[in-house]
Design a protein around this ligand. Structure first.
Ligand SMILES: [Zn+2]
Length: 88
């Protein structure tokens, strides 16, 4: 399991500390990559990248009128987007 999430967050904090990245006087900077889901494995917790999906479809009501419906879903990645390592 790679450490790309933590490594990237660390690099982001370093980059954000450079001049002109954040308003002057900013301190205690933190950055968190949010496109991850925590997966429970055998005695382990792992993070996997997640792609949110917005689904739209027509569905008939009881009266038989078609109505637009929206549903949010997500797709979990099989490989790390930073280094390409396959998730276990
Ligand atoms: Zn990686």
């Amino acid at each position: 399991m790679c450490n790309c999430k933590q490594d990237t967050e660390s690099r982001l904090v370093e980059a954000l500390a450079e001049p002109d990245q954040l308003p002057e006087g900013a301190t205690k900077i933190s950055a968190r990559l949010t496109g991850y889901a925590m997966m429970l494995g055998e005695n382990l917790m792992r993070f996997r990248q997640v792609m949110p999906i917005e689904v739209e479809f027509q569905l008939p009501t009881k009266a038989g009128v078609m109505k637009l419906k929206k549903q949010k879903m997500s797709m979990t990645a099989n490989y790390c987007m930073f280094c390409g390592e396959k998730y276990e």
